[in-house]
Design a protein around this ligand. Sequence first.
Ligand code: ZN
Length: 602
Amino acid sequence: MNCYASIANILFLLAISFAISSYPHEPWEFFSIHAFDHLDNLDKQAEPAHLCGTTVLYATGTGVYGYMGLPPEKEWEKVKKDAKEYIKYAKSLGIPTVLGYLCSTSIVGLKNFDKNFPSELKAQLSTPPSEWLQQDIHGKPLASWYGGEYNPACMSNPDWRKYQKYMVKTQFEIGVDGIFFDNPTVHPQGCYCSYCMNNFLEFLKSKGEKISDTSLTSIRNLAQSKPTEFKKFRCTVASNFLAEIRSYAKQINPKSVITANNSLNAPEVIFSQCHKYGYNIKEMSKSQDFVVIEDMISAPRRNTKGAYIECSPAYQLVNSILGGKTLVAVTIADGDYHTPPNLTKLAIFEAFTQNTNYMLWPTWEESHRNKMIQAIGTFVQWIKRYSSEIRSSQPLYDVMIYLPFEEWINQQECIELAITRELTKANIPHIVISEENFHTYFSESNLLIASNPNYIPPKTHLPISVLCSQNNKTFIDGSKKSFLTELKERLPNPSLMLTPNEPLRGVVRTTRDKIYLLLYNLNIERISSYEDKVEPVKDICIHLKIPTAEVAKVTLYTPEFTQDITQWELTKTTPTNPYIILKIPELAVAGIIEVVLNFEGK
Ligand SMILES: [Zn+2]
């Protein structure tokens, strides 16, 4: 088969199948693939994105002019015309949602930034861009954390917001369905511009503070004398900006979507990024339709030192604070946005097990494109067969981990991340919950871990350890080094036991009459941008606790084959529910085991 015939074949097969897919929910919701269509010199990659099953495209377009300033009118018209044609083309492929790009804070080339602003925009502005910048305590512009020609604009500045709205409207006119806002960053020193200070004053008043001297100097002094309150306020700056822009966007198009880069470049910074850059994911999520995080190091894999890396614990923490909004994740390794085929499948599946959508970079060199599309496109199709049932299933857990997210203000380190990592590694079924959903899950769980026995959950006045003992639940102090040993003693019959345990990960989900075990193998090594090495796991033995001894059918689904498992055993029903014991000879990347139960009896 020659190269063109081969590509044509893939295009035909994948195009047919994605074209007939319907969207029972919004195209960005779980489960969906999101994709950036540009990287370095390669752009407009809507076609490979579509063939990999993408439903949300972060498109090449006019976004770069948002932070570079607009080009001369004729050039600007041409840029818009090209972008419009490309967006039309992307949609004609069948991609339902195409997003534009805007930087929330960057101005590059301040001196000439407004040189080519159209009169319609100029008429709305009352100050030049030099007055839109984030300011230090003396009102002087703060240098950008990027260095170079960048100047950070302040998201509270009304003229910057007017400019951003103009860019939103312009992008909507050329056909985008929403905007991805990059870098909604507050300077590490905090911004002391008059607009931020005015908002800080309102923030303090909303907390019941009475302030008599409301001069700019006095509020700046207050910001310095109340560092805790000022830090909390800084975490609302991006959220307020996004809320105003989102409300404007919905006025133009009620179905439009606004999302942002919520950072989380490494799982460890979930608390510290609130302190440093005002990136409070919980607060920011309130003003977004869905939430994007951009992990730079945790792509699941075995690294060259033989350690297993994973992003699942970070997904669990973040999902617990989003109030049900959809999480979308970039996760890469070695600073390379290109991930080889099997590692991409692994990353998609790991995200899938945690109700998280994967963000793809289908910006492959031509010589690799065909292979990547074939591998990823067929894998995504495979997952989509099960995604609606998994979406409607419930997580099965033996242990609840309490993440009091509001504690970020008191500490930079998130101990709950370490706890979640340990339980994930041990394959002990667990769930992470935070303040908002604490009471929904508390009644359901008999075992609870928190990093401090004195945390007081919302709407109670009791320390969590006392609350547990009053409700006949076991509390385990996760700050103790021995917590996992203690947990295992308290949980002699966990719902899942895997042999071997490493490098497998298993996540259990239930429906009314089925149990699903989502199983994946972390033993895949990254060789280069396009190559990886899979070490399949052999002779897997699974003990899965089930609520009845009546099993109708067991099936193993993998991307390579589907197999009825007819050889299985059941343990006795005492002292716990029975376990079904299954054996799988080999698992390459991922598999879904479906156990159909028969509550009616045979
Ligand atoms: Zn400001």
